[in-house]
Design a protein around this ligand. Structure first.
Ligand SMILES: [Zn+2]
Length: 572
């Protein structure tokens, strides 16, 4: 039994994510977790909400709430939607947890001990009326280059000139509009990534099995321009993890917090500790996943994320871990995704464009979305959601191929042979051929799943459903029953067993339908079909089954047009 640690990039707290976010990390991570559990491996699957930083503060202010309360509520909202999509996290944690506070402070302390933290004095704009320093993006003013009046402190949107906040004419706070600003000196901590450059490069070079998409992004950051830069890891904010050196105060850093990008990936570890706490377990129980000196040496660690997160996971987070000098588990395989586009454009959270996770579940069950998203995952290139394609894929793959097979077999079996699996006949050449074909395809499916080739796995699963239909079509038990009822019984016995095997194979993609199929077969035997021939005989003659409710309904042209219209504009 292998030990598999899986983390999905953690979604930011402010608001509900769209389907592009879902397919870029959480959903394929769930597929992989479900598959590994189905194969009997020991799995730890961790996700969390990413809660710190200015956007959370501003979203809370806009909602008229304290940021702590806002984050607690939004965490529950995201957790509920994750359950709706059947995301099977072992724990869905919070980066604002006390566990993450302590671990983040611990790592910072170790980095300082190892001489990898620099204290740097900087000049920053302070808003007297807001009582806070303003990050570049929260200062607005007139561009000195083109005269555009709403230029941001980091860049003018109109002429694209890169700016410093102090360049702006008539600067004002984007939060309150106040012009009562002054430049103050403030001290920040920098992680000396340049000092870790060679170690990081050697580590990345050792990952010869990583996809080009991943390593090329990492190499670009290591080598382009002046190469990897030291990185500020603190901010002058209220909402975050207070800067401490382990348990000890950090003189001169009072009132400051760690930058959200420093603490967020540490939450993968802290989330596992939260899992232990939530289940009344000991530190040793989570440490055996993360500390190679405490049992994690046989763990294989997989990360799932969108391509925009790759630099942080190949450089920044590894710099934290390597720099600590402690034996923490580092990622073995990093699966990154391109973008999913929406109907001729991009999904956009800020513009509310596309389908958001809560909206998706309000119109169709999770399995419909899971199937389409995974079978069209943006792996080798960006992919696009269109309503036509969604309708076609659901109606054909799920309703016509899989749903129809289950319905035909169970209804025919019940009407001709009653409520139990019929005993007559023996498997002939057609059945033997199907079993051989199935066995070969299941081995291919296993290979794609193990390699996290999501689209290929989906396509192989679809092919596995198709050969069942082809078998039925050619064996035609509804004709054979008239001339050779014994043989028709053998065909139906095989077909009912096939439904159970389909439930097992399909469960990582469409867990609810898989449950319904297994329940209809009156079984709870989810054992993986290692031996396909035996698996096709698992349910014996005389075993009771039922006809399930229709597994999938078709999407009508009218619904498609209606949804296309409804989701074309801006989310209210
Ligand atoms: Zn300008």
């Amino acid at each position: 039994m292998a030990r598999i640690l899986i983390t999905s990039a953690i979604p930011y707290i402010n608001g509900i994510k769209h389907l592009g976010n879902l397919v870029g990390s959480q959903l394929p991570a769930d597929l992989f977790a479900r598959y590994n559990r189905a194969r009997g491996n020991e799995v730890m699957f961790i996700c969390a909400t990413d809660e710190h930083g200015t956007p959370a503060e501003l979203a809370a202010a806009k909602a008229g709430k304290q940021v702590e309360q806002y984050c607690a509520e939004m965490h529950e909202v995201q957790a509920e939607i994750a359950r709706g999509f059947r995301l099977s996290f072992d724990h869905f944690g919070r980066s604002s947890s006390q566990r993450n506070h302590r671990l983040t402070q611990h790592f910072a302390g170790k980095l300082a001990e190892n001489g990898l933290i620099a204290e740097v004095s900087e000049k920053q704009v302070y808003s007297i009326d807001d009582g806070r320093f303003l990050p570049d993006r929260y200062i607005t003013g007139t561009c000195p280059n083109c005269g555009y009046e709403a230029a941001r402190g980091d860049q003018c949107e109109n002429c694209t000139k890169q700016l410093d906040p102090t360049d702006l004419i008539n600067p004002r706070s984007s939060i309150s509009g106040s012009t009562n600003l002054e430049v103050r000196e403030t001290k920040h901590l920098y992680l000396k990534q340049r000092a870790l450059r060679d170690k990081l490069e050697a580590w990345i070079d050792s990952k010869t099995d990583w996809p080009i998409l991943t390593t090329s992004i990492a190499k670009k950051w290591l080598n382009d321009g002046d190469g990897l830069q030291d990185r500020g890891i603190t901010r002058d904010l209220y909402w975050g993890i207070p800067v401490k050196k382990g348990d000890a105060p950090w003189p001169g850093m009072e009132g400051k917090v760690f930058y959200v990008w420093f603490d967020a990936p540490i939450e993968y570890i802290a989330g596992t500790a939260e899992w232990a706490d939530a289940h009344g377990k000991q530190d040793a129980d989570w440490e055996r996943w993360w500390r190679t000196d405490k049992g994690a040496e046989d763990v294989t660690y997989y990360q799932f994320m969108g391509k925009d997160n790759v630099p942080f996971h190949t450089l920044s987070f590894p710099a934290t871990i390597l720099g600590s000098g402690e034996p923490w588990k580092m990622v073995d395989y990093l699966k990154s995704f391109n973008y999913l586009n929406y109907d001729g454009g991009q999904f956009s959270t800020s513009q509310g464009r596309g389908v958001f996770m809560d909206q998706a579940l309000s119109i169709l069950p999770a399995d419909y979305w899971r199937w389409w998203l995974l079978s069209h995952a943006p792996e080798s290139a960006d992919s696009e959601f269109t309503w036509e394609n969604f309708q076609a894929s659901v109606n054909k793959d799920l309703a016509d191929v899989l749903g129809n097979l289950v319905s035909r077999v169970t209804k025919f079996a019940k009407s001709k042979f009653g409520d139990v699996i019929p005993a007559g006949g023996t498997f002939g050449p057609q059945e033997t051929a199907l079993i051989a074909d199935l066995a070969a395809r299941i081995r291919d499916y296993e290979g794609y799943m193990a390699a996290m080739e999501v689209r290929k796995a989906a396509s192989e699963l679809r092919a596995i459903w198709v050969i069942g239909n082809e078998y039925l079509q050619s064996a035609a038990p509804w004709s054979v029953v008239k001339t050779d009822p014994e043989q028709a019984q053998a065909m139906i016995r095989l077909s009912l067993n096939l439904i159970r095997v389909y439930a097992i194979l399909s469960q990582p993609f469409i867990p609810d339908a898989a449950q319904a199929m297994m329940a209809a077969m009156g079984s709870n035997d989810w054992g993986w079909p290692e031996d396909v021939s035996a698996a096709m005989r698992t349910l014996p003659a005389g075993h009771a089954f039922t006809v399930p409710e229709n597994l999938f309904r078709k999407i009508t042209d009218e619904e498609r047009a209606d949804w296309q219209q409804k989701f074309s504009g801006v989310r209210a």
